[in-house]
Design a protein around this ligand. Structure first.
Ligand code: PMP
Length: 377
């Protein structure tokens, strides 16, 4: 792995008192690759809620939801998510990863087929692997390929189409309306992982379904991106949630999240729902940074989402790019295979609604300088 430039190392990040900046291994930097798109992870209002509940209840939840870990705060959050997503019910998991593996593997079984987008997140892939269903991978966002695969899947007991709402490494959006039309034509269920769309797309950040005004069968998500806390969820019909509560192994056998996190998550959803200006401002920043990068001549993927991947190509070159960015006070790690396809290593630049003008200028200047220096542009 070292020889191929694929060896991975940890970096220690700690907050600095300066707006938009953090310390990365002791060096002050702008973190230009966080999933904290709305800046809520360090929002004082969330911290206050968490501390209040922590003082009242303690730190750990002590058990799984079905034994001693369930509290009124877990149930309150589930109701809040259902309301926010305009679904009948919701279920909280300890992470988005666990939600994906738990939901997919308990819904799809022997005799079923899962049609999965080529660029779906690893947790969806693992969910498919854990299920006993046949997985058929369709070309990324390619509706013709999906149609063909659905046409040849009519002999399976049931068909599930599973897709990211916003693709984590490419920042593009799944064409949910077309997916739903095909699903209806070929009698398939639609499962959407809305990890990167929640808080970003749709009215009040409701997600990809709302963005396209399409209802899907199952919506999965995480609190670890725009919402700024921790945990995962699934939202859908009451019978779906009831079934998953009884069957999803990563829900049943996992210690519940602490109540403090539940309360902070409720606060975050309240803030997102009542502050549409956050999404408007984020979209404005996305457009201006993206246009600037395109003007420089970068291969920028994605649109309308805070994920702006700058494709460099070779793994070693992407690593060198990231290292040079860091010398210029910008932290954005290189993303390499297997997270992305071979020869498509990239810098996964992300935009945060809390960037100030000075941050944006520093990020743009650093990308331009390093792009020229390494002859990427
Ligand atoms: N789905 C997608 C699309 C993701 O990007 C991620 C996180 N990288 C997850 C699921 C997993 O969420 P969590 O970090 O809460 O486990």
């Amino acid at each position: 792995m070292k020889n191929q430039g694929l060896y991975r190392q940890l970096r220690a990040i700690s907050p600095s008192q300066t707006s938009g900046k953090s310390y990365v291994d002791g060096m002050k930097s702008i973190v230009a690759s966080s999933n904290n798109y709305l800046g809520l992870a360090e929002d004082q209002r969330l911290t206050d809620e968490a501390v209040k509940i922590m003082k009242e209840y303690g730190i750990g939840s002590t058990g799984s939801r079905l034994t001693t870990g369930n509290t009124i705060w877990h149930e309150k959050l589930e109701q809040r998510i259902a309301e926010f997503k305009k679904e009948e019910a919701a279920l909280v998991f300890s992470s988005g990863y666990l939600a994906n593996i738990g939901v997919i593997s308990s819904l799809a079984g022997e005799g079923d087929v899962i049609l999965s987008d080529q660029l779906n997140h690893a947790s969806i892939i693992d969910g498919c692997r854990l299920s006993k269903a046949k997985t058929s991978i369709y070309r990324h966002i390619n509706m013709e390929d999906l149609r063909e695969k659905l046409m040849h899947s009519q002999h399976y007991r049931r068909r599930f189409i599973v897709t990211d709402g916003v693709f984590s490494m490419d920042g593009d959006i799944a064409p949910l309306r077309e997916i739903k039309t095909l699903a209806d034509m070929y009698n398939a269920y639609v499962i959407v992982d809305d990890a990167h769309a929640t808080g970003v797309l749709g009215e009040n950040g409701r997600g990809t379904g709302d963005h396209f005004d399409v209802a899907v069968d199952v919506t999965i998500g995480t609190f670890s991106k725009s919402i700024g806390t921790e945990g995962g969820f699934v939202a859908g019909s009451r019978s779906l949630i009831d079934y998953l509560r009884n069957r999803a192994r990563s829900y049943i056998f996992q210690t519940a999240l602490p109540p403090s996190i539940m309360e902070a998550t409720i606060k975050a959803i309240d803030i997102i729902e009542s502050s549409p200006q956050l999404q408007v401002h984020l979209q404005h920043l996305i457009r201006s940074i993206r246009n600037e990068f395109l003007d420089y001549g970068f291969d920028v993927r994605g649109e309308q989402t805070p994920i702006l991947p700058v494709v460099i190509g070779d793994s070693e070159q992407a690593m060198a790019f990231s290292k040079e960015l860091e010398k210029n006070g910008v932290f954005a790690p290189a993303i390499r295979p297997p997270s992305v396809p071979q020869r498509e290593s990239r810098i996964r630049m992300t935009v945060m609604a809390t960037y100030i003008e000075e941050d944006i200028q520093q990020i743009c200047k650093a990308f331009y300088k390093v792009g020229k220096q390494l002859e990427v542009i």
